[in-house]
Design a protein around this ligand. Structure first.
Ligand code: ATP
Ligand code: MG
Length: 548
């Protein structure tokens, strides 16, 4: 050990340490420098600086000088703050001892710890808050630490306290400003982002940043028993997109049903978590927060694995996620309503256009063709030659066939009977002509009677029957079809069944427009569409629409 520096040398070293506050690149390197300076200025063989965590009860960081790496490794875990270290944490006043081991409060040293006797402990105090302590031992030549040593270390302790406080303030401010920014962004999206897909992405991304999580998923319900990954942010997130979880047996589903948020520090130990699902996703911890809008749960946000050494989330994280989710839910609800409204307008406009075209074809084109037929009749009576008569007859056949086509097209576009007489007669007509054209056996039963249903319900169910029949001809290779229309309390149900080759409804989620269109129509009326089909054994399609 070098001789203790002179007074002037000490002053210079103190000055250097003060300047270092501004120049060291990280808090850790600055604190390390302060520890070394403290040891040098007091002639201590060993020095350490313990930083107390935010709970104020134990040490979160312990920097030393004088102990080499090997000894460090041999001692093992760094002290958390018991014994004499604990006394300093609790009392936050300077302490000088001639021999640590003599003090009744000493907890002794762990194995392989070098012997230490003389001791000087000084708290890192700033505005009565203790940020940590300096611990110095083994002053040169076996001397006790002096008053002057204590004063010098107090000066250095002041510097250390300022540096730690600054670093914490900076961290808190940065975190707070990201959180505010995120909350604001979702708030703005509420007013501006009406595209549902982009909105959901934004929600997942922002919440992930906010909570520093590995994975965030926004789950929305499909049908009555599944929740679909509608947006995912995080490592290999895209792999989940579009996949679905069962509502009854997944944690997400349970949170959806209960409408209450939850936290799990170890998902594998949570009895409600489906282990197979969790293993597949490789997650360890979770937060689940329901999206609630207008008193209804419309989805769930699942957050997994905090980044860093501790994967657990805190209660604070949960509260933040809840605040975030409450705003997000309003935005999602609004954008869903807008999307629905746009869809309704499109469907309505399409139906209107079909009706107009059907009428024009029937009235104008049909009338014109009928007039031509009349004209041909007159012509037929007037011409004398056999050749001319044959020609007229050919033209007449062509016109008759065209008239037939035009009428069929008009009916397909929108049968007048649907508007004039209602769903049951319209489906009767449809099945009659369908059976005639395709040769497939078709049975139609209805228990709806003569009562008319709301126009939009009649149109939707008619279109569903129509598209089902088209699909059966195109894909099923069926021999028999059964169509049943029934009334349940508060609802009408259409069941369309074929005995064809069937298919796997899950694999055609993004297939043609037919099934999707049916789903949309039923969805606009708050109804349900169910498709039961397995390859090789026919298909049953059930559409249920509530009646107001
Ligand atoms: N009754 C059925 N029997 C067998 N397969 C069916 C039946 N209905 C639908 N499918 C299958 O589901 C797929 C999706 O049907 P959908 O009506 O959505 O699309 P599409 O008929 O292929 O095209 P589009 O309706 O847009 O003209 C079909 O391609 C077919 O494979
Ligand atoms: Mg189709």
């Amino acid at each position: 050990m070098d001789a203790p520096p002179t007074t002037e040398g000490r002053l210079r070293a103190l000055l250097d340490a003060t300047m270092a506050i501004g120049s060291e690149s990280s808090l850790e390197s600055l604190l390390q420098r302060l520890v070394t300076t403290a040891a040098e200025l007091t002639g201590a063989r060993y020095a350490a600086l313990g930083v107390i965590d935010r709970s104020g009860k134990q040490l979160e960081q312990f920097l030393t000088t004088g102990i080499d790496d090997e000894t460090h490794a041999a001692i093992g875990d760094l002290p958390r703050g018991r014994g004499i270290l604990g006394v300093l944490i609790d009392e936050a006043t300077a302490l000088r001892l001639h021999d640590i081991g003599d003090d009744p409060r000493s907890a002794g040293f762990p194995p392989n710890h070098p012997p230490m006797r003389t001791f000087l402990g000084v708290p890192l105090l700033l505005r009565s808050v203790a940020y940590g302590n300096f611990y110095l031992t083994e002053k040169a030549n076996g001397e006790d630490f002096s008053d002057e040593d204590e004063e010098i270390v107090m000066l250095l302790a002041g510097q250390a306290a300022v540096a730690i406080e600054n670093a914490r303030l900076l961290e808190a401010t940065t975190q707070w400003s990201t959180q505010l920014e995120s909350l604001n962004e979702v708030g703005n999206a509420l007013a501006t982002e009406t595209d549902l897909g982009r909105l959901l992405d934004l929600i997942a991304r922002r919440l992930r940043e906010l909570l520093d999580a590995r994975l965030v998923a926004v789950m929305l319900p499909v049908g009555d028993d599944e929740l679909r990954f509608a947006a995912v942010a995080g490592e290999s997130g895209e792999a989940f997109l579009g996949r679905a979880l069962p509502r009854a047996s997944s944690k997400t589903g349970r949170v959806f049903d209960r409408g209450r948020s939850e936290r799990s520090d170890s998902v594998l130990d949570d009895p409600e978590v489906d282990r197979a699902i969790v293993r597949g996703f490789g997650v360890r911890t979770g937060l689940w927060v329901p999206l609630v809008a207008r008193s209804q749960t419309i989805g769930v946000i699942a957050v997994h694995d905090r980044l860093g050494p501790d994967a657990r989330f805190t209660d604070n994280d949960l509260r933040l996620a809840e605040t975030f989710a409450s705003r997000a839910a309003v935005a999602v609800d609004l954008s869903q309503r807008i999307a629905r409204d746009v869809l309704r307008r499109i469907v309505d406009a399409q139906e209107l256009e079909r009706r107009r075209l059907a009428r024009e074809l029937h009235d104008e084109t049909g009338q014109a063709l009928s007039s031509i037929l009349l004209g041909l009749k007159v012509l037929d009576e007037k011409v004398a030659s056999v050749g001319a008569r044959d020609a007229v007859s050919d033209v007449r056949e062509l016109v008759v066939a065209t008239l037939h086509d035009v009428r069929r097209l008009a009916i397909e576009l929108r049968p007048k009977v649907l508007d004039d007489f209602g769903l049951v007669p319209a489906v009767e007509r449809l099945t009659d002509s369908f059976g005639g054209q395709t040769g497939i056996g078709i049975r139609f039963e209805s228990s709806l009677g003569d009562e008319r249903l709301p126009a939009e319900v009649e149109t939707a169910l008619f279109r569903i029957v129509q598209e089902s029949l088209t699909n059966i001809v195109k894909h099923a290779r069926a021999r028999n079809i059964s169509i049943v229309l029934t009334r349940k309390p508060g609802a009408v149900v259409a069941v369309i069944e074929d005995d064809g080759q069937g298919f796997d409804p899950k694999t055609v989620r993004d297939g043609g427009f037919g099934l999707e269109g049916m789903r949309e129509r039923v969805g606009l009326l708050d109804g349900r569409l169910q498709i039961e089909s397995t390859e090789g054994s026919g298909t049953t399609l059930i559409a249920q629409v509530p009646l107001a």
